[in-house]
Design a binder for this molecule. Structure first.
Ligand SMILES: N[C@@H](CCC(=O)N[C@@H](CS)C(=O)NCC(=O)O)C(=O)O
Length: 328
């Protein structure tokens, strides 16, 4: 089982083991922190309890290393919300006992709101009896002193809609006519690529690694085919699943290939996927959200979850049969 670090009843546990009653409590804790923000505080799109949008009220906790947090940073930038939703940045090295930590560095900041050293302290401040894993991104509500939401998918939808009064209302990535197709593409990209790279990297056995690596590259092959015909996943304009996929692909050759055993091919071996990643990187505002140095520090940190006894897939190129152009 991958290492689990979590708050249980407000107390930080740096390592929870199978059979530990605290782990049982964590496993049976209900999923929380799914409130919404809407322009007027009326319930969210699926009836979620919501709080009203106000400039300066909400604060994002993120890390440039994490792909889920990257999406939140990206939307804050693309919606021009930097002066509306403030932000603190966690240090990319988080494999230690206390997980995500604050530091005034090239890749991170202090905790601008509370001056805490660790993100688990912020979670415990928002909910002194919290039983939860401590993840980024997290959206904090200053007015109530609580965690509002820490699901990146929700946070994207909140940032896209709630703050249009102050941000760029013309920026939209969920065209109404495409709803069904968009959710299907989101599901494919998230399950078959964005989370698949972790099923490879954190695989608990050689067999699981070998199975997952094949499935991951089958999905990339399918996307390569699709993007050879059209510029974006759902045709000619950028939509939400493009940003999900981008945040994974931009990490591929810097992190998932060398550090997480996703090593059959590199992104740059896929001409259409590489060009697509470049196209999204060139979208105005995006490059400033990509920090490859932070990404490398994070994935090459000392994660005990990555079993170095499991061998990576061999690169798909086979030098034993490739003809030598000088002698052929
Ligand atoms: N469901 C969350 C997942 C976020 C997530 O897994 N974040 C990782 C970093 S990439 C994290 O904070 N992990 C904390 C830990 O492993 O202890 C989302 O999509 O926002």
């Amino acid at each position: 089982m991958a290492r689990v670090r979590a708050l249980v009843e407000g107390r930080w546990h740096p390592e929870l083991h199978v059979g530990d009653p605290a782990l049982q409590r964590l496993r049976s804790a209900p999923s929380t922190y799914r409130d919404w923000v809407t322009p007027n505080g009326r319930p969210g799109p699926e009836g979620q309890p919501a709080r009203p949008a106000e400039p300066g009220r909400y604060h994002l906790y993120v890390s440039y290393a994490c792909p889920w947090a990257h999406r939140a940073i990206l939307y804050r930038r693309l919606k021009a919300l930097e002066s509306v939703v403030s932000m603190s940045v966690l240090h990319p090295r988080m494999a230690g006992r206390d997980s995500w930590r604050f530091e005034d560095s090239a890749w991170s900041t202090v905790d601008h709101l509370h001056g805490h050293r660790f993100l688990h302290e912020v979670y415990a401040q928002g909910d002194p009896h919290a039983t939860t894993v401590v993840t980024v991104p997290m959206l904090w509500d200053r007015a109530t002193g609580t965690i509002l939401n820490r699901e990146s998918g929700d946070i994207l939808r909140i940032l896209e809609r709630a703050f249009d009064h102050w941000g760029d209302a013309s920026v939209r990535f969920r065209p109404p006519g495409l709803a069904g197709e968009l959710e299907r593409m989101n599901a494919f990209v998230l399950q078959r690529v964005c989370t698949a790279v972790y099923r490879v990297g954190f695989a608990a056995s050689q067999a699981a690694n070998d199975r997952e690596v094949v499935r991951l590259f089958e999905a990339l092959d399918a996307l390569e085919e699709r993007l050879s015909e059209q510029p974006y996943l759902l045709d000619t304009s950028v939509t939400e699943p493009d940003w999900h996929l981008f945040c994974t692909l931009v990490r591929f050759d810097a992190a998932y290939h060398p550090a997480m055993r996703c090593s059959r091919w590199r992104l740059t071996d896929y001409p259409a996927l590489a060009a697509y990643t470049r196209r999204l990187y060139d979208y105005p505002g995006v490059a400033s959200t990509v920090d490859l140095a932070a990404i490398r520090l994070h994935y090459f940190d000392d994660h005990p979850e990555i079993d170095r006894q499991i061998l990576p897939a061999l690169p798909a190129e086979d030098f034993r049969t490739a003809p030598d152009p000088l002698t052929a």
